[in-house]
Design a binder for this molecule. Structure first.
Ligand SMILES: Nc1ncnc2c1ncn2[C@@H]1O[C@H](COP(=O)(O)OP(=O)(O)O)[C@@H](O)[C@H]1O
Ligand SMILES: [Mg+2]
Length: 300
């Protein structure tokens, strides 16, 4: 018995310990052959929205998803965040993974900022920013003291320290969207989806918000998936631009934008930016092949 034990122990110690093979690095976001169909408006015909969409995004890059309205940009963000329509199979085909784990429903790695700010009218700015800690998994393990410190830090970063006691109705559209950004960044998401966040703002405010987003990325690094139908917005904020075709959307081109950020108006007027813009427009036109279900803004 003792011999057996000794021999077993001896064998075990003479062998190299068996380690699981090191897992290959999984990107934060992976879409693999994703397709999405919805029921058509008349309830019978099928609306094919996404077709064989594959891309990965990782680290702290900002990826702009650019495409005509109605092509399926918001649907891609919903697939990444797991905010599914409960009456529809999502995705219809392929799979979406976050850090190697298949997305099957809502999860806490991803937060989204929408075009329309989602603020509680009865809470002041600071309390709107603190509110997300009370929802879902996010606030667990974060002390009240830390929540308040983070809220004050992020309010400062979006330039609203002096407005923290105001209520949403007292804020301009741009200020409301600053609160929306703060109420996401306070949770320190790994992935932040922005769904045409500045489309409802006037051009000057919109430009200020684009500049603010670049500053915020420096202070609160995360992966950004920034949906827009505006080429100049994509050129200002993105490290990469994924251009989608009209419905059913396929990826027309995936472009890296190497120019250092922040990108000035001068850069946007430079020959480099003009050439990128022309390239994007050419790709969109080639993909459209005279078939148009939506429009894209080409005002660089
Ligand atoms: N839950 C849904 N049920 C049915 N159709 C949907 C649903 N969500 C989106 N769609 C349809 O999918 C298409 C793409 O929508 P969307 O992703 O919102 O486009 P985009 O954000 O590019 O403007 C549209 O035709 C829209 O009507
Ligand atoms: Mg949309």
């Amino acid at each position: 018995m003792s011999n057996d034990t000794a021999s077993t122990a001896g064998e075990a110690s003479s062998e190299a310990p068996k380690k699981a093979p090191a897992a290959a690095h999984e990107p934060l976001v992976r879409l693999d052959g994703v397709s999405q169909e919805f029921p058509g408006e008349d309830g019978s015909a099928t609306n094919k929205v996404l077709q064989d969409i594959s891309f990965t995004a990782d680290g702290r890059e900002t990826v702009a998803i650019l495409g005509p309205s109605g092509c399926g940009k918001s649907t891609i963000l919903r697939l990444v965040s797991g905010m599914y329509d409960r009456f529809v199979k999502m995705p219809t085909g392929g799979e979406v993974k976050i850090s190697g784990k298949k997305v099957t429903g809502p999860h806490d790695a991803v937060l989204t900022v929408f075009q329309k700010p989602v603020l509680k009218s009865w809470l002041n700015v600071r309390n709107n920013v603190l509110l997300p800690f009370k929802a879902g998994l996010w606030g667990k393990g974060v002390s009240q003291k830390e929540r308040e410190e983070r809220a004050d830090e992020v309010l400062e970063a979006v330039g609203l320290t002096d407005s923290k006691t105001l209520y949403p109705r007292q804020l301009s559209g741009g200020m409301q969207q600053r609160v929306s950004l703060a109420a996401r960044l306070v949770l320190r998401p790994q992935i932040l989806c922005l769904d045409e966040p500045f489309s409802a703002l006037d051009p000057q405010t919109r430009k200020e918000m684009q500049e603010l987003v670049l500053e915020l990325w420096e202070k609160f690094p995360c992966l950004g998936l920034f949906v827009t139908h505006d080429v100049s917005e994509a050129l200002r904020v993105a490290d990469r631009i994924i251009v989608l075709s009209t419905r059913p959307a396929t990826i027309v081109v995936d472009l890296s934008i190497a120019a250092p950020k922040p990108r000035s108006d001068e850069w946007l007027r430079s020959s480099e930016a003009m050439e990128l813009e022309a390239q994007i427009i050419r790709h969109i036109r080639d993909a459209a092949q005279g078939n148009s279900h939506g429009s894209i803004s080409l005002d660089v």
